[in-house]
Design a protein around this ligand. Structure first.
Ligand code: SF4
Length: 385
C-alpha cells in the first residue's frame, strides 16, 4: 500500500545571464530586464492551482528549493512576497529548509541579506571551480575572487547552512588540479559540498564541440582521492555527489532520493504527488518557455502522467540507490506500494554479483550498493528495467 510521503516544493527560475556550454537545464539566456513581477505572479498563481489539487491540504511542507537557471537574478522582495503568500496556504514545518541557488557574480551577491530576511535559510553557491582558466572554459561569468567574496558575504548575511557546488573531471584537468580546487572549497568551511563530475549531455554546446576530458583512469583517481580528502576533513558522503559535516544533509534532495513528494512550479518544473486514497503516483511537468508560462492562466501543465506500477520500482531505485546507506525494505513498500518480494530475486542477483549488499539494523532491513555497485550504478539499475 502506498503511504503518504513528506512534501517539498520546487520553484524554478528559468533565466541566466549566459548559457553555459555544458548546461542542459531549462535556462534561457536573457540580456533584457527580466519580467520579475509577472513571473512571481505566475508562480503564485501556479502554486494556487497545484494547492487546489493537493490530496491533503493540511500536510506540512518540509522543504523548498528555489533552483534554476539563476534564482539570484531576482530580488529578495520578490521571494519574500512569494514565500509569505505560499505560507498563508500551506503549513511550513518548524524546521523547514528553504534553499536558494545563487551565482557568485557581484550583481547576485548584493541580494544575499535580503534573501536571508525573506526566509531563505540555506544558500547553494554555484562555484564550480576556483581556477579562472577552467571557469572560462566552462563559460562561467564569475572568477575565483568573486567566489571567495560570495562565500564571505553569504556567511555575513547569516547563512550558516551553506552548500558549494563544485565540479571535477573538467576539460584537461589533472588529479592535482581537481584536488586543489576541492581543498580550496574545504578551506572556506561550508557545511555541505556537492562535488560532481562534469558530464556531456545531449543538446549542449559541449555535446557537439566536446573538449578534451580526463581519461577514465584519471577520473577514478580524482574520485577516490577527492572522496578521501573530503572524508579526512570531516565531510561524510551520503549520496553520490553530496558530502556534509554535522549531518547537514540537504533535506530537500533527501526527499527526492527517498521518492518523496514535491510540488513543482515554474517554467519547466517537474512535480510528483502521491494520492493515498486513489493509490496513485502522478508526475507533472510545466511548460518550458518562460513567456508562455507567464502568459498562460491557471493551468501551466505541459504533461500530467500517472507512474505505472511497473515504473515505480525502477524510479524508486534510481533515486534511493544514490544514498550511500541505501534504503529499507519498509521504505520501498511505503513509497511504491509494491511488496518487496516482487523485486527480491533481482536484488539477490545483484548481491551475488557483488554489486549490492543487505544489512540488518535495529531500524530494519537495508539494501545498498557496494563500492563497486556505486561506481557502476547504471548496470545495477539495468537489472530492474
Ligand atoms: S548558470 Fe547554471 S543553469 Fe545557468 S546556464 Fe550555467 S549551468 Fe545552466
Amino acid at each position: 500500500m502506498l503511504e503518504k510521503p513528506p512534501l517539498s516544493l520546487y520553484i524554478h527560475v528559468p533565466w541566466c545571464v549566459r548559457k553555459c556550454p555544458y548546461c542542459d537545464f531549462n535556462s534561457h539566456e536573457s540580456n533584457k530586464p527580466l519580467p520579475e513581477k509577472e513571473y512571481i505572479a505566475a508562480l503564485y498563481s501556479d502554486f494556487l492551482y497545484e494547492f487546489s489539487k493537493l490530496p491533503d491540504q493540511e500536510i506540512e511542507l518540509q522543504s523548498i528549493f528555489i533552483g534554476g537557471g539563476t534564482p539570484s537574478l531576482l530580488t529578495g522582495d520578490s521571494y519574500r512576497f512569494l514565500l509569505d503568500s505560499i505560507k498563508s496556504h500551506l503549513h511550513f514545518s518548524n524546521d523547514i529548509e528553504i534553499t536558494l541557488e545563487a551565482n557568485p557574480s557581484s550583481s547576485d551577491i548584493r541580494h544575499f541579506s535580503a534573501y536571508r530576511e525573506a526566509g531563505v535559510n540555506r544558500l547553494s553557491l554555484g562555484i564550480q571551480s576556483f581556477d579562472d582558466k577552467k571557469l572560462k572554459k566552462l563559460g562561467r561569468i564569475h572568477d575565483k575572487e568573486q567566489s571567495v567574496d560570495a562565500i564571505k558575504i553569504a556567511k555575513q548575511a547569516g547563512f550558516r547552512n551553506l552548500n558549494l557546488d563544485l565540479m571535477h573531471g573538467l576539460p584537461e584537468q589533472n588529479t592535482e588540479e581537481a584536488l586543489k580546487d576541492l581543498q580550496l572549497a574545504i578551506d572556506t568551511k561550508p557545511n555541505h559540498i556537492s562535488w560532481y563530475q562534469l558530464t556531456i549531455e545531449p543538446n549542449t554546446f559541449f555535446y557537439s564541440h566536446t573538449p578534451v576530458l580526463p581519461s577514465e583512469k584519471k577520473l577514478i583517481a580524482i574520485q577516490e582521492n577527492g572522496s578521501a580528502l573530503l572524508e579526512a576533513n570531516g565531510y561524510t558522503q551520503y549520496e553520490i555527489s553530496a558530502f556534509a559535516t554535522d549531518d547537514k544533509n540537504s533535506l530537500h534532495n533527501c526527499n527526492y532520493w527517498s521518492f518523496g513528494d514535491y510540488i513543482g512550479i515554474g517554467a519547466g518544473a517537474h512535480g510528483k504527488l502521491t494520492s493515498v486514497n486513489e493509490q496513485k503516483i502522478i508526475r507533472t511537468r510545466k511548460v518550458r518557455q518562460p513567456d508562455e508560462y507567464i502568459k498562460r492562466a491557471k493551468n501551466r501543465d505541459a504533461e500530467i502522467k500517472e507512474v505505472s506500477t511497473e515504473e515505480r520500482a525502477l524510479e524508486f531505485l534510481m533515486n534511493a540507490l544514490r544514498f550511500k546507506a541505501g534504503f529499507s525494505k519498509e521504505l520501498f513498500e511505503k513509497r511504491t506500494g509494491i511488496p518487496f518480494i516482487d523485486i527480491s530475486h533481482k536484488v539477490l542477483t545483484q548481491i551475488e554479483k557483488g554489486l549490492m549488499y543487505r544489512k540488518i539494523t535495529e531500524k530494519g532491513e537495508f539494501y545498498a550498493t557496494t563500492q563497486k555497485g556505486y561506481r557502476f550504478l547504471n548496470s545495477v539499475l539495468e537489472e530492474f528495467l
